[in-house]
Design a protein around this ligand. Structure first.
Ligand code: NDP
Length: 453
């Protein structure tokens, strides 16, 4: 069997055995289809059935999460933790609380996480979890009761050397606090079993900023490689959550002008440059809609979701040179990619997980736009989470500057690794392929070293 047939066999297996899990199928296809040259060259991966083992999680935990709302009614949500692969270290990956969460989404995120974590060159395995709980409009006490109930089951499956969850969509410092508080209550242990903690109670400086800053460091390395930089570039960033806000902040630090961002309800365009202080006040403190921004900055334009024609997204129709999707999966499609290229965009650098559809990626590459793939570009968050684990284990705390310097080095190393790997396999400039091959090699070789079965 050659590599193409082997990959086809595995993808057919996934389709048959994971019905309805379209995001998981998309994520596995994206990785596996990149591996053809490596699998043709190195027969050991097929001989050791590495793909067969990689696409099935080590274990999947699904549990009920009953919680009482402020009116006294009992609600029940579904909780998930998919511990995908622990070859490189303790399971590591975030928790997502969003109404759309299902097993297929958690599996796609967990699968991606194996490869992202591999690229950091740190000792962390891949996992992901979450719930279909919708935090929108809930009081702090409702969020707290939900998090406590979620941890009442999760605590028995995690631990500082076993599985270390963190945040993702809908899970920030507030939720990590409630989760960690309950973990401590149940186990009586003060240890780094969750990351993204508050600074006062065991968090790391720079964790909040790490994914967004790291993604911009990655973009900067990429631009410098082709003789460009961020200075005076016009940028747009989708989302206005943790990743997006700190991507915008670092883009601004490095001389770019961010003219637009978005949330789940609409897009804001401010040609003078987004005022990040106002944005933080609206989204981080008040947890309100982005439409509030236009009330405080009357020259800015707010485009509600329903006002943009079906088929695309308003944010990608705003002229820019740098585009950073930092909201959610499949938020930049072929229609959007065509708009970006038409308007002079030279780079799409992913902050979110799998935000660009396969057709959009192909179109961007065919039109010579630089493409920074998520598993490399957004690995700064999990890398600093691992630094948080290291600090917790040794009971020390590094300064913001120390963490930021380490983050910059990690992102530079990731960039060099994926760039050089793409070149080595004859695909110079194709960082998507470089990231998949480099990440796979480290995990797969380690699986063989540890005894493949
Ligand atoms: P947040 O919850 O902090 O922010 C998410 C943002 O995206 C919000 O502005 C939200 O809008 C918007 N959004 C969410 N869902 C949709 C949707 N379906 N359509 C349009 N907009 C949407 O999450 P994060 O910033 O933490 O995560 C963003 C992305 O980055 C995710 O893909 C996540 O997996 C990825 N990521 C996160 C890491 C981290 O460290 N946090 C690490 C690596 C990757 P609204 O404000 O209206 O809810």
């Amino acid at each position: 069997m050659n590599a193409i047939e082997y990959i086809k066999k595995i993808l057919t297996y996934i389709k048959e055995h994971s019905p309805g899990q379209s995001e998981f199928y998309q994520a596995t296809s994206e990785v596996l289809n990149s591996l053809t040259p490596l699998l043709n060259e190195e027969k050991k991966y097929m001989q050791n059935s590495i793909l067969e083992q990689l696409v099935v999680p080590d274990r999947t935990i699904i549990f009920k999460v009953p919680w009482i709302d402020d009116s006294g009614k009992i609600n029940v949500n579904i909780g998930y933790r998919v511990q995908f692969n622990s070859t490189l270290g303790p399971y590591k990956g975030g928790l997502r609380f969003h109404k759309s969460v299902n097993l297929g989404i958690v599996k796609f995120l967990g699968f991606e996480q194996i490869f992202k974590n591999s690229l950091t060159n740190l000792n962390i395995g891949g996992a992901k979890g979450g719930s279909n709980f919708n935090p929108k409009g809930k009081s702090d006490y409702e969020i707290m009761r939900f998090c406590q109930s979620f941890m009442n089951e999760l605590y028995r499956h995690i631990g500082e050397r076993v599985d270390v969850p963190a945040g993702d969509i809908g899970v920030g410092e507030r939720e990590i606090g409630y989760l960690y508080g309950q973990y401590k209550r149940l186990t009586g242990r003060y240890e780094g079993t969750l990351t993204g903690k508050g600074i006062a109670w065991g968090g790391s400086f720079g964790r909040k900023e790490a994914t967004g800053y790291g993604a911009v460091y990655f973009a900067n390395n990429y631009l410098q490689k082709v003789g460009e930089d961020l200075k005076d570039k016009v940028a747009v960033v989708s989302g206005s959550g943790n990743v997006a806000i700190y991507a915008m902040e670092k883009l601004t630090h490095l001389g770019a002008k961010v003219v637009a961002c978005s949330d789940s309800q609409g897009t804001i365009y401010d040609k003078d440059g987004i005022d990040i202080k106002t944005l933080k006040a609206i989204k981080e403190v008040d947890r309100k809609s982005l439409s509030e921004y236009a009330k405080l900055h009357p020259k800015a334009t707010y485009i509600p979701l329903h006002k943009y024609p079906k088929g695309g997204h308003a944010i990608w129709d705003i002229p820019c040179q740098i585009a950073m999707p930092c909201a959610t999966q499949n938020e930049l499609n072929l229609f959007d990619a065509k708009n970006l290229v038409k308007n002079g965009c030279i780079m799409v650098n992913e902050g979110a997980n799998m935000p660009t559809t396969p057709e959009a990626i192909e179109y961007l590459k065919a039109n010579n736009a630089l493409f920074g793939p998520a598993k490399a570009a957004n690995a700064g968050g999990v890398a600093v989470s691992q630094l948080e684990m290291a600090q917790n284990a040794s009971m020390v705390r590094w300064s913001f500057a120390e963490v930021d310097t380490k983050l910059q080095t990690i992102m530079k190393n990731i960039f060099n690794l994926v760039y050089n790997t793409a070149k080595e396999y004859g695909f110079e400039g194709d960082l998507q392929r470089g990231a998949n091959i480099a990440a796979f090699k480290r995990v797969a070789d380690s699986m063989i070293d540890l005894g493949a079965v």
